[in-house]
Design a protein around this ligand. Structure first.
Ligand SMILES: NC(=O)c1ccc[n+]([C@@H]2O[C@H](COP(=O)([O-])OP(=O)(O)OC[C@H]3O[C@@H](n4cnc5c(N)ncnc54)[C@H](O)[C@@H]3O)[C@@H](O)[C@H]2O)c1
Length: 371
């Protein structure tokens, strides 16, 4: 993994104080963060802001949040706030994350890092100077089955992972038709940047973060422009517009010689992999399949195939609360979180290269230059 310099470190804070958090954006996923952080005793949500004020007021009432700010800039001026959760539409990720880091706040940033690679690079540059924690909100890394697979990978059980097939194929799942979700300049893309970023992030995490080198991909829009394939997340705005893809397919080559194929759709005439997320890891010593909430480890023993089924504990508290706790622990211990700024930038570079490959028809080499 390429390193662009070291993050400046700040003083470790007292372990007695709760980390004081402000939430910027209290819509669909903001609400989920509020629920999950409510379960983390070492943190307290003390302030909320939303561009739509009634939403901020409603959440403040719902979660007993003492302060409501009119703008995120006002929230960032509150010196009692240690960290912010940024849960706004994609186009605002970069400006708000940069302002927050410059205001001396730790940041939990919703995915994708930004709407394009240039904005992700600007976040990275600010982060490197900041001495603060910047973590990407990729909760799938903390899924129980995914963590069990990662543990086996780290023990060497899969050997060298040389090929991965990952994706998320929805049959009918276009979110918020006509809203920011389906506008290129606001979202940066369709299912590739929305769902694909999770599967790309998880794949690279499993593979040990090799550096992506080049990609070849194509995107399509067969449903969205015809107002078909509509899902249940977000409220449609039928006076709005749709100019993003609804399906993407890509081959990504990594610097260690391994390959990753990524397939995503918001809508397609298929029931491929039960319309949900999936990932197949192929290693020299073993493999793993994760699909439909099931996880299996594969190997060969005594000339026969051997599989081990994984199970999540009955009382599993869930990935999002573990992710929230990891953010707080990273702040407390002044440690780089596992869903790091570098992983966010890497994902953004790959996604942008896929879009460029689709536009040009060429294999695209990633541009890691931060200047
Ligand atoms: N990690 C996940 O699995 C996951 C799931 C869903 C959404 N997301 C991400 O979360 C982000 C938000 O998605 P959502 O579904 O919650 O969208 P949403 O439209 O439901 O909510 C976004 C909220 O942000 C507010 N907002 C917009 N600009 C703002 C600003 N400048 N300052 C303060 N508030 C502002 C809006 O008024 C709205 O209430 C997106 O980046 C999306 O990709 C992640």
């Amino acid at each position: 993994m390429q390193q662009h310099g070291k993050r400046r470190k700040t003083q470790v804070m007292s372990t007695n104080d709760k980390i004081q958090i402000g939430i910027i954006g209290a819509g669909g996923i903001g609400n989920v963060h509020l629920q999950e952080f409510g379960k983390v005793s070492e943190a307290q949500i003390v302030a909320v802001t939303d561009a739509y004020q009634p939403m901020a007021v409603e959440r403040a009432k719902q979660y007993n949040i003492p302060k409501i700010y009119n703008t995120y800039q006002e929230l960032l001026q509150d010196s009692s706030i240690d960290a912010v959760i940024i849960a706004v539409p994609n186009e605002s990720h970069a400006p708000i994350a940069i302002d927050a880091l410059q205001a001396g706040k730790h940041v939990l940033l919703e995915k994708p890092m930004a709407i394009n690679a240039a904005s992700a690079k600007e976040i990275m540059k600010t982060y490197l100077k900041s001495g603060k924690v910047l973590m990407m909100s990729h909760q799938m890394r903390w899924d129980s089955l995914n963590m069990q697979v990662k543990e086996q990978i780290d023990k060497g059980a899969l050997g060298n992972i040389y090929n991965v097939k990952a994706g998320w194929m929805r049959r009918k799942g276009i979110p918020g038709w006509g809203t920011w979700f389906t506008r290129m300049h606001k979202a940066g893309g369709g299912p590739l940047i929305d769902l694909g970023v999770h599967m790309l992030d998880l794949s690279l995490h499993f593979m040990g973060s090799p550096k992506p080198v080049s990609v070849f991909g194509t995107t399509y829009a067969e449903f969205g422009p015809k107002k078909r394939g509509i899902g249940t997340w977000g409220k449609p705005d039928w006076d709005g517009f749709y100019d993003v893809e609804d399906l993407a397919t890509a081959l990504i080559k990594l610097d260690n010689g391994s390959t990753l194929t990524l397939d995503v759709s918001w809508a397609a005439h298929t029931t491929f992999q039960d319309n949900g997320p999936y990932i197949y890891l192929m290693g020299s010593e073993g493999g793993a399949s994760l699909r439909g909430g099931k996880g299996v480890l594969h190997s060969e023993l005594f000339d026969r195939t051997a599989d081990v089924e994984l199970t999540a504990p009955q009382d599993d508290e869930g990935p999002r609360v573990r992710m929230s706790r990891h953010f707080i622990e990273s702040i407390r211990n002044n440690r780089e979180p596992i869903a790091s700024a570098m992983s966010g930038l890497t994902n953004s570079l790959v996604l942008e290269a896929i879009y460029e490959s689709s536009r040009t028809g060429n294999v695209v080499t990633l541009d890691w230059n931060l200047d």
